[in-house]
Design a protein around this ligand. Structure first.
Ligand SMILES: Cc1ncc(COP(=O)(O)O)c(C=O)c1O
Length: 374
């Protein structure tokens, strides 16, 4: 995707900025890389749609070999049910969410991750009342300290409870799930952290095995650890989300090169009045104000795709400051730039739509998985 391509330039001429651009050629390449890795290591691929929230891209992931999709919200589940018959809700559905997910089409094989005996009991009763069977993965904590049971004994106890709840017909215990979201260092530095994850997971698997409980699914994975997933013994599937587009964090961690980044925010230079900087019309309401987690010392809120030495050094709501100290480039008002945000998932969530370029046409992609309402 080259901004100087005459057909793209023409298509973008009338496009108001900031606008979220998706390079479909790169998306397809990223998806094929993901599937090839999973095939090479005997892992199932269940990408997380929280990154793109687009049914069209969910359908593309399924067409490229995903065994199912991961969602975080009931809204994402409802939208993705139209393109995929196998959904994992990787977020505990507490409260009215239970009834809502039970209204998903009968044809959807639904699995839910949870770590609470109370929620398991509530879900079992509601599912059996609704005449459907919901799969359950027990979430375990492997070091992130967010959700999940850290102690193997508690996992065994919940698995036993789930086995017993299976008799009511509403639930089926399918396995365990974890998210190694605390690992945000370069691949070359991940070995000890992955060994620790393996150790924690191994303890749970041994304890379950000793109790005669054998998980059919062991679901893990993230984008920073993507290509190291095979180092975690016992995994059956992975759930990368960010890797469909990648972002400045992915590049900073060395998981992706800049030429694999498939999502950028197109912005226009609106002022060069203050020496040493240029101001664009994309601020925190288009890029988000997420810290640069890969290399916190470098700071900023994004970098230019075509001039990576230029950072977005500051943002206010509708303004982004491009810092020009490390470039000879002297932008003019009206120039357009493509910005790689630090964390793509949050930037996508701020957009009304994506504009996808497939090499010859620019077309909108609906972000219908955004929001909370049914
Ligand atoms: C439970 C769960 N699984 C998978 C993912 C995907 O992670 P990533 O975007 O790093 O690939 C996330 C991200 O937030 C998550 O919370």
């Amino acid at each position: 995707m080259n901004l100087n391509d005459p057909p793209l330039q023409e298509a973008l001429d009338s496009c108001e900025t900031p606008a979220a651009l998706v390079d479909l050629e790169r998306v397809r390449r990223n998806l094929d890389t993901a599937m090839a890795y999973c095939e090479a290591h005997g892992l199932g691929w269940r990408p997380h749609v929280k990154t793109h929230k687009s049914p069209e891209l969910g359908a593309l992931q399924v067409a490229r070999g995903a065994r199912g999709l991961t969602v975080a919200t009931p809204r994402e589940a409802e939208v993705m049910a139209a393109v995929c018959g196998d959904l994992l809700l990787a977020h505990p559905p507490v409260g009215p969410k239970v009834e809502r997910i039970l209204r998903l089409p009968e044809s959807v094989r639904l699995t839910v991750a949870l770590d609470s005996p109370d929620l398991a009991a509530t879900l079992a009763e509601a599912a059996s009342g609704a005449g459907r069977t919901v799969g359950v993965l027990i979430e375990i904590d492997v070091g992130m300290g967010r959700v999940g049971l850290p102690h193997p004994d508690d996992v065994v106890s919940l698995a036993r409870q789930l086995r017993s709840l299976e008799k009511g017909g509403g639930l089926e215990w399918r396995g365990i799930l974890f998210y190694p979201g605390h690992i945000r260092v370069a691949a070359s530095e991940q070995a000890p952290l992955l060994a620790d994850v393996s150790k924690r997971l191994g303890r749970v698997l041994v304890a379950l095995g000793q109790a005669g409980l054998h998980p059919e699914i062991v679901s893990g994975g993230s984008t920073p650890t993507f290509f190291q997933s095979h180092q975690i013994a016992g995994l059956t599937e992975i759930r990368p989300g960010t890797s469909i587009f990648h972002d400045r964090d992915s590049v900073g961690l060395g998981v992706a090169h800049l030429d694999e980044v498939a999502y950028t925010v197109l912005a226009t230079v609106v002022s060069v009045g203050v020496p040493g900087q240029a101001v664009v019309d994309a601020g925190s309401k288009a890029l988000a104000k997420e810290e640069f987690r890969a290399l916190p010392g470098e700071g900023g809120y994004g970098q230019l795709l075509d001039r990576p030495e230029v950072r977005v050094s500051g943002v206010s709501e509708e303004h982004g400051i491009l810092e020009l100290s490390s470039t000879d480039w002297r932008p003019r008002v009206g120039d357009r730039v493509r910005i790689v945000p630090n964390h793509v998932c949050v930037s996508v969530n701020l957009q009304d739509r994506l504009l996808a370029w497939d090499g010859s046409t620019l077309r909108p992609l609906a972000l219908s998985g955004r929001g909370r309402l049914p």
